[in-house]
Design a protein around this ligand. Structure first.
Ligand code: NPW
Ligand code: ADP
Ligand code: K
Length: 476
């Protein structure tokens, strides 16, 4: 499990640890880890040209001490001081003692242009908003140079708690972060600015519940349903799919294709696309009598390709089993009916659908995904899975949210969301909580997308067909 904590929590843990350690010890741990990561990146430290972009906080302090370590190993180190009077004094002394030099920002151009490595120590968790006008040109210089860029703790200019980027920010090849991941390092758009992320353990004691977590293979393996010796198809769970329309029969087929591979013992289909479903998947239990009279299920999926018929959505929401609401179902669902449910509801909007539900724009949702997914979860008193370049899942209680690490832009293909809804519904029917069903489905779906594409375009049905291979890979 990879965990991320917001700034306030990091600060508290930092204070507690600092009180028990000699002055400056924490910064030395951070600087040592940072210098080691830089040395790995450079390959050969001796003779390399390193430029430090140094702001006036402790982020600049870390950077100066790391620069001093690299200078001691023979690197030529130049520090660009954004604010010479407020530069971390101990860090600057250490750099000078090790043979490094300091220059003002107006001389940065040439140094950055010739550098092999640029360290971004402009601002860390103390930053707010995009970079200020005096700092922004340095980010642009770094972007234009051929040097590798290492962000110290986080790329300066991103919002650490949310992953928002509201102005200019540094674009890094590598981010060396201290103590814990920050949510912004795992969520687009900021994640794009961070490059690869390396965590340096500095001994922080953090609370049990992170703000955000990313499941990994072992976590998902432990959650995947597995039939026991005495299982039968009903004990494994039956998932009902109320999807598709005369206009969009394919959505029904794709949702069923995901559901059949998601661990439920049987898939019941209800809707006008029964013939198409049976033709492709003869094992489906097809009914044309509407969700209420279709027979017992342990979870419902409603909405993919459903068109404008609000009837099945209302029927499904009135049941006492978990419900996954997707696509048209999101639009047709009555807010009060969702809020009144006694069983869990999992909503799976993409950014456009989330924006419509929140009364905002798609761009606003994409720029502030964590805020959007939490807002929706609270508003609907439901678990929400927000799809897209970073898929997030949040529960209504405001507790730990999940971020999916396996996504791939190859998944951006028509119908792949239908596959996801079937898969997640099947996991709900198999007994997973809404948070687990959503995050496990996103994980398996992302991996299946990678397998299906393997570097070339793939269709949604290919993604569904790759689910068993992804599942096996996780299980092994
Ligand atoms: N937590 C830990 O466990 C450990 C933390 N450590 C390190 O400490 C870092 C936090 O240091 P910090 O608190 O001194 O704040 P920091 O990030 O340097 O920023 C403050 C400076 O930024 C400026 N500034 C603000 N916004 C800005 C903007 N938009 N654009 C431009 N400038 C902006 C602000 O200016 P001011 O408002 O004061 O004028 C002030 O000068 C943390 O990220 C990690 O690297 C490690 O040493 C060890 C363990
Ligand atoms: N840029 C991207 N990176 C990773 N995954 C993406 C990206 N864009 C879309 N996806 C994924 O592709 C799927 C598309 O679902 P959706 O938007 O509902 O499409 P459809 O309605 O055509 O099925 C979702 O799982 C989503 O998370
Ligand atoms: K930084």
């Amino acid at each position: 499990m990879r965990s991320a904590y917001r700034v306030e929590t990091v600060r508290t843990a930092e204070r507690e640890l600092m009180a028990r350690l000699p002055d400056g010890a924490l910064m030395q741990r951070a600087a040592a880890g940072l210098a080691a990561a830089c040395a790995d990146l450079l390959g050969r430290v001796y003779g390399s040209r390193v430029v430090l972009l140094v702001g006036s906080g402790d982020n600049g302090g870390d950077t100066l001490y790391a620069g001093a370590r690299l200078a001691k190993r023979g690197a030529g180190v130049t520090a660009v001081l954004l604010n010479p009077d407020r530069t971390h004094p101990g860090g600057l002394r250490a750099l000078r003692r090790a043979g490094g030099t300091a220059i003002p920002p107006h001389r940065a151009d040439r140094a950055v242009h010739r550098a092999d490595l640029v360290l971004d120590g402009i601002v860390g968790i103390g930053g707010k908003g995009g970079l200020r006008p005096d700092a922004a040109p340095l980010a642009e210089l770094a972007a234009a140079s051929r040097a590798a860029v290492v962000a110290v703790d986080l790329p300066s200019g991103i919002e650490p708690d949310t992953g928002e980027v509201r102005g200019t920010a540094v674009r890094a090849d590598l981010t060396v972060t201290f103590g814990t991941h920050k949510p912004g390092l795992l969520i687009d758009p900021a994640r794009e600015y961070a490059g690869s992320v390396r965590l340096v353990d500095i001994g922080l004691a953090l609370p049990a519940d992170p703000d955000l977590q990313a499941l990994q293979h072992a976590d998902v393996a432990a959650l995947l349903p597995r039939p026991a010796a005495e299982s039968d198809k009903y004990r494994r769970g039956v998932v009902g799919i109320a999807a598709g329309s005369a206009r969009y029969p394919g959505a029904a087929v794709l949702a069923v294709s995901g559901a059949l591979r998601g661990g439920a013992g049987a898939v019941r289909y209800v809707g006008p696309a029964g013939d198409a479903v049976i033709a492709r998947f003869p094992e489906t239990l097809v009914s044309d009598r509407g969700p209420k009279r279709a027979g017992r299920v342990q979870a419902w999926v409603v909405g993919p390709g459903a068109g404008d018929d609000a009837g099945p959505v209302a029927e499904v929401l009135a049941t006492d089993v978990p419900v996954l609401l997707d696509a048209d179902g999101l639009r047709l669902a009555d807010l009060d009916a969702v809020r009144a449910r006694s069983a869990p509801t999992l909503m799976t909007p993409h950014a456009g659908e989330a924006a419509a539900l929140l009364g905002t724009s798609r761009g606003e949702v994409e720029g502030a995904r964590l805020t959007a997914v939490r807002d929706l979860a609270r508003r609907y008193d439901a678990t929400v899975l927000l799809k897209g370049s970073t898929t997030l899942v949040a529960g209504p209680d405001g507790g730990t949210a999940r971020v999916n690490p396996t996504g791939t832009p190859w998944l951006a293909t028509a119908g792949s969301g239908d596959v996801l809804s079937g898969l997640a519904g099947s996991l709900l029917a198999a007994g997973l909580t809404a948070l687990d069903a959503g995050s496990v489905a996103a994980y398996v779906h992302g991996l299946a997308g990678r397998y299906a594409a393997d570097g070339a375009p793939a269709g949604a049905h290919d993604v569904a067909e790759a689910i068993p291979a992804a599942w096996r890979d996780i299980r092994d």
